[in-house]
Design a protein around this ligand. Structure first.
Ligand code: ADP
Ligand code: MG
Length: 222
């Protein structure tokens, strides 16, 4: 599903360098990314999603070399195949919750918004416990509620790859397990692959594999 080789990446400013000789993730695998803050977990998710441009090396998602796609193709690939739950959620405040969840369908002709999709959006909102908040705007929600909106939006397309950046951070223990279960259910029912950044030691046994970003750090340990 994902094949990374000889990847190095650094930002124009700063000393940080990510260096991954080889990382492969099989289709359907659930992988936890752990490692200290600043070790490049978010950076790698952005590279896999094609949000950050690749500098050196290769990232293949389902045999597609991400950097070889045109900007438009990469964007459509991301919207149709990848569900990204951003660390800062990336919700649009001028849209209400319902339109935030449906947003992927409004920004590409590669997806078609029909009544089936609307029904799925309602069902996801129900499962996430935000069905009564559909007409609110993100600024009028709690942190945990915004997180759940971001998860609904990411799952709505039934993506084959789910990238979750601390999707269960800041949730109370009961909600945390519930949301993780929903993520895993979605992964299972779509045969999807999950890469999830987490700081929760107690969640790790739920994953097939743990990748520690300490292993990718160059130079001084952070
Ligand atoms: P993590 O998600 O593991 O906490 P990040 O991938 O967000 O780490 O960041 C890795 C490193 O890159 C950090 O040192 C961070 O300060 C730096 N960094 C992140 N984004 C940028 C940017 N846009 N410009 C320069 N440095 C950045
Ligand atoms: Mg991060």
């Amino acid at each position: 599903m994902i094949n990374i080789q000889s990847l190095t990446f650094s930002y124009p400013s700063g000393e940080f360098q990510l260096d991954i000789e080889k990382l492969s993730v099989a289709s359907g695998e659930k992988v936890a990314f752990i490692g200290p803050s600043g070790s490049g977990k978010t950076t790698l998710l952005n590279l896999v999603a094609g949000i950050l441009p690749l500098q050196n090396g290769s990232i293949k998602v389902d045999n597609d070399e991400i950097s070889a796609l045109s900007d438009t193709a990469r964007r459509n690939f991301r919207i149709t195949n990848i569900g990204f739950i951003f660390q800062d959620f990336g919700l649009l405040d001028y849209l209400d919750v319902r339109d935030n969840i449906l947003h992927p369908y409004r920004i590409t002709s590669a997806l078609k918004l029909d009544s089936g999709v609307q029904g799925r959006a309602d069902m996801l909102a129900e499962q996430m416990g935000i069905a009564d908040k559909l007409l609110r705007h993100p600024s009028d929600l709690s942190h945990g509620e915004r997180q759940r909106v971001a998860i609904c939006r990411a799952l709505l397309t039934g993506p084959k790859l789910i990238l979750a950046d601390e999707a269960t951070g800041n949730l109370d223990p009961k909600n945390k397990l519930h949301i993780l279960e929903l993520l895993f259910e979605s992964v299972k029912s779509h045969g999807a692959t999950l890469l999830a950044v987490t700081h929760d030691q107690e969640l790790l046994p739920n994953f097939d594999r743990v990748v520690n970003f300490n292993d990718f750090l160059q130079g001084e340990a952070i």
